[in-house]
Design a protein around this ligand. Structure first.
Ligand SMILES: [Zn+2]
Length: 248
């Protein structure tokens, strides 16, 4: 491994966060239109919304994924608008496909209400979170193929497994997942890094890291599953981000 690729290894995978935010808002709008006359739970549907997201892969070739929203029944009684997402390949399209499962067990009218213009964008915000994770996989130069990622750790089948259906230890510590979670952690605290960055070197490195980790919802959720090695990796990526942005 070259020095250059070792340094790249310790950096968060770059994805266009501003464009992803706008894209999530446009998906929310399209979903809102699609389910306008429905009250009952959506159950199991095919594609409700399909949109392409232009993403140039770090490897230099286009990795523009097709993003598909569909509804699936919630297992485990989740009341969340978005149940999960997965990156894979479809025989019908040439590029990667990101499938996002919308909760098919709650009334469609509640999703419709939450996705109304001016309602606060709760659905868009959930779509944004899962897109950041899956698009990090799509842009990951260490992942040459768009094979199903999570299905490896789940019990099989075409549905995206829930947290209690996966081998959590294997899933959370897979190298590509650690890279995607590092991206999510940075994303969670991006506003803090941005604020600190304007003041220049503000904190001792250790102090800045611990404040940021405490404020990352992703870190707080996944830390218990991580091995020492995976934890170190995420902290190392966050630390490089701070150095690059001249915070510590
Ligand atoms: Zn993943």
């Amino acid at each position: 491994m070259s020095v250059r690729s070792l340094i790249a290894e310790a950096r968060a995978i770059r994805i266009p966060l501003g464009r992803i935010k706008k894209f999530a808002a446009s998906l929310e709008k399209a979903l809102h239109r699609k389910i306008s006359n429905q009250d009952k739970p959506l159950g199991n549907t095919g594609a409700l919304v399909t949109q392409k997201f232009p993403l140039k892969g770090a490897a230099g070739k286009s990795r523009d994924p097709i993003v598909v929203l569909r509804a699936s029944p919630a297992r485990g009684g989740s009341g969340d608008y978005v149940l999960g997402a997965g990156l894979g390949k479809s025989p019908k399209v040439s590029g990667p496909v990101i499938v996002i499962d919308i909760n098919g067990s709650i009334p469609a009218s509640s999703i419709w209400n939450a996705s109304q213009p001016g309602a606060g964008g709760a659905v868009a915000s959930r779509l944004y979170n899962v897109l950041v994770h899956e698009l990090t996989h799509a842009a990951d130069p260490g992942l040459p193929l768009y094979k199903g990622r999570r299905s490896k750790y789940g019990k099989g089948g075409s549905s995206i497994p829930t947290e209690d259906e996966i081998d959590t230890k294997a899933y959370y510590n897979a190298p590509e997942e650690v890279r995607a979670f590092a991206r999510e952690v940075i994303n969670d605290v991006d506003h803090m890094i941005a604020k600190w960055g304007t003041v220049g070197k503000l904190w001792a490195p250790g102090k800045a890291l611990s404040i940021l980790l405490k404020n990352s919802a992703t870190w707080n959720r996944i830390e218990k599953y991580l091995t020492v090695k995976s934890r170190r990796k995420i902290i190392q990526i966050l630390s490089t981000e701070l150095r690059d942005r001249k915070v510590s």
